[in-house]
Design a protein around this ligand. Structure first.
Ligand code: ZN
Length: 89
């Protein structure tokens, strides 16, 4: 119980909030141009058409993009979602 996840929980809630939030963040920081991939560059999973249209030049599926966005230590708390909904506004 020395992981300190409680303190980092708020950050994790924001990261897990929703795919839509993730898309907004990615659009906000602008991906490099180029063609969207039909399949993830890392895991070869098909990338949904809606995601490809929303994110020109997208290279990763949602799962891989989120993994890339997260720091490894943050991922440890992935299953804590939903436990602190009251902190979401
Ligand atoms: Zn992937």
């Amino acid at each position: 119980m020395a992981g300190g996840w409680a303190r980092d929980g708020a950050v994790q809630e924001q990261i897990d909030a929703s795919i839509e939030d993730e898309l907004k963040r990615m659009q906000a920081r602008r991906l490099p141009g180029g063609e969207s991939r039909t399949h993830c560059a890392e895991c070869e999973e098909p990338i949904p058409e809606a995601r490809r249209q929303a994110l020109p030049g997208v290279k990763l599926c949602i799962d891989c993009q989120q993994e890339r966005d997260r720091r490894p230590e943050q991922r440890a708390g992935i299953n804590r979602r939903g436990s602190k909904d009251s902190q979401l506004k």
